[in-house]
Structures are given as C-alpha cells and as structure tokens.
Design a protein around this ligand. Structure first.
Ligand SMILES: Cc1cc2nc3c(=O)[nH]c(=O)nc-3n(C[C@H](O)[C@H](O)[C@H](O)COP(=O)(O)O)c2cc1C
Length: 315
C-alpha cells in the first residue's frame, strides 16, 4: 500500500509475526527506471527479503517491462502488476484500474512482455472494474492467466466505490472457483475471525490484508495463533500501544528518508488511532503535527489522560 507498506511498517509487523507475503508499496515504473531520487527506498527488503512481492504501477508497457527486468535483482516471491488502484491521480495516467478498461490486446501485450522479463511468480491485483459484469471480469482474468499471470488478487469493489459500502466478497469466491490459478481475496478483513470466515466462504487461496495490517499490526500473528511479541506487550499479553507507537516512529526515522517521515507517520496513525477511545480527536491532533517527535509527545500526553487506552487485548 502506497505510503503504508514500507519497511518501517513491515518491521513492526515482523515484531509480532510475519504474514506469508509482504506486498511492497506500489513502485512507479517510469520513476524506477529513471532512477528517481526516492526509488531505492521502495525496494528495501527488510525484514523478510524472501517474502517480498514487488508491486509495479505504470500506464504504458515500455517502462513496466524495463522495471520488471530491473526488479529481478531484488529477489523475493514475485512481481505484482497493479490493475486495481482507482486513485484518480494514478488512473488518469493510464495506470492502476485504467488497465481494466483498455483494449484486451494492449493488456495482453503488457502481461506477456512483463512475463518474458520476469521469471519468478507474476500476479495481478484487480478490482471489479467499472460496473458489475462478472463475465467480463472472468474473461479479463482468463486473458491475464493466458499471458502468464499465476495469481490474481481481487479487491471486489467497483472503480467508483470508496470504502463506504462493504467489499462484495462473493466475487472472490466465484473467481476462485472459475479460475485455474490461486485467487487471493481482499477487502475489509478486520480480525483473525473475519479472515477465517472470508477464507471458508470463498475458498480462495489466500487473503490480502490492507488497512487492518496498519491498525492491528499483530493481525497476522493472531491469524497464525502465535503469542504476541513480548517487546510490545504488557506482561499480561495486552498490546502496549505506547511501545508500538515508539517502535514504529523509531523504525520510520531509520528506514525512510527524512522527507517522508511526517507524511508516513500521519498516514500510519490515521489507521492506528482507531485502537483508541477518542480516535477522532487524537487523529485530528496528530494530522496537525510537523515532526514525529511531536506525535510521540502527543501520544505520551494522551496515555496519561486516557490511561485505559494504553493497553488493549490482541484481537
Ligand atoms: C492509503 C492506501 C494506499 C493503498 N495503496 C495501494 C497500493 O499501492 N497497491 C494496492 O494494490 N492497493 C493499495 N491500496 C488498496 C489496498 O491494498 C486494498 O485493496 C484496500 O484497502 C481494501 O483492502 P482492506 O480493506 O484490507 O484495506 C491502498 C489503500 C490505502 C488505504
């Protein structure tokens, strides 16, 4: 996830327990190919180089193919082409979900050419598209597979849908039963129990967890049934939110360029603060801060004022 699934967040998640795969922030192919100033930060591999999936975005074939070829050097599980991002800034450049509306021959050519340059696992992240049209979605995914995609992740929402309505998870089940490759489901997973229910109902091969991985970086360890990390929990096993916040802010300073510190901290705490009783209030105050140190100070004050919020059970 752009601005979220960077190395600092991965290190925090790792402290609790790893997922099977870590999808990188989306890597903008033209910038990566041209050696943009910040690109090296997007391809850092800690804490589990062998679990990395590099997600690539771009609006035209040339840079995507070149970037795919360059990404071979970074190891990991594979490469994921983003055909699901509906952010207007991305889609208007022909990237993300714009691929789902292009002529099939153009998309097929992209996937075939990336496939030829990238020997490890090739996957594609999709949304439902412009409207609910399952035959068209199925034909699109079959074409991706014919051209070499080995895994499809579906975020079952339309292009125009934000997060207000629930993800239409039934579509994940339909694709999982109709496609000859593994399908990962994505959308609104909020707890280990919810993850289990999603898997059982859709029979998909795996789940991609987005926002909940930020709000509950322990969610993967909970799903695996692992005990929570001692360094970030109280002796009774409850999460110590102050320790988590300090850990994250320290890793952010170490693993991200200074120019990114405050924007990434704002983004992280936008989701993480949902663990707190006065989430809206503390979020708004954090969004106004100018440095990570200020955030640390605000949280220290918050935990003095709302002592009960400092610890909560892992769930
Ligand atoms: C801030 C933000 C950035 C995101 N960036 C990406 C991205 O770079 N690549 C991607 O495939 N999805 C991205 N997404 C979408 C998520 O991966 C996911 O599809 C969506 O949030 C639904 O899953 P969730 O309910 O588990 O969060 C992003 C979402 C958010 C909120």
């Amino acid at each position: 996830m752009a601005t979220l699934s960077h190395e600092a967040l991965r290190l925090l998640i790792h402290e609790f327990g790893d997922p099977d795969e870590y999808f990188s922030e989306m890597i903008h192919a033209p910038s990566f190919v041209h050696g943009g100033r910040f690109e090296s930060w997007y391809v850092r591999t800690s804490p589990c180089p062998e679990r990395m999936v590099w997600q690539l975005t771009g609006g035209s074939e040339g840079p995507m193919v070149k970037a795919a070829s360059m990404l071979r050097a970074y190891g990991g599980i594979g490469l994921d082409i983003n055909m699901g991002c509906s952010a207007p800034d991305i889609a208007k450049t022909g990237a993300g979900i714009a691929w789902m509306g292009k002529p099939l021959a153009e998309v097929a050519s992209l996937v075939r050419s990336v496939r030829a340059e990238f020997p490890a696992r090739l996957s594609v992240k999709c949304r439902l598209g412009e409207d609910e049209n399952y035959p068209r979605l199925l034909a699109f995914c079959r074409m991706l597979i014919d051209e070499g995609a080995e895994l499809i992740t579906l975020h079952p929402r339309l292009r125009r849908q934000g997060y207000a309505r629930p993800a239409m998870r039934d579509y994940v089940g339909r694709l999982a039963s109709d496609l000859p490759v593994p399908v990962y489901g994505n959308g609104d997973v909020s707890s280990a129990e919810d993850a289990r229910s999603f898997l059982e109902k859709s029979h998909c091969a795996g789940l991609m967890i987005g926002r909940a991985a930020v709000q509950k970086p322990w969610i993967f360890s909970t799903i695996s049934g692992l005990p929570p990390a001692a360094s970030l929990t109280a002796p009774d096993g409850r999460v110590d939110h102050r320790a988590v916040s300090d850990f994250f802010l320290s890793r952010l300073r170490e693993c991200q360029p200074e120019e990114f510190h405050i924007s990434r901290a704002h983004r992280f705490f936008f989701y993480y603060c949902d663990n707190f009783s006065f989430a809206h209030h503390i979020k708004m105050r954090i969004q106004k801060t100018k440095t990570p140190d200020e955030i640390g100070g605000l949280l220290d004050d918050y935990f003095v004022q709302v002592e009960a919020d400092r610890f909560s059970p892992v769930c």
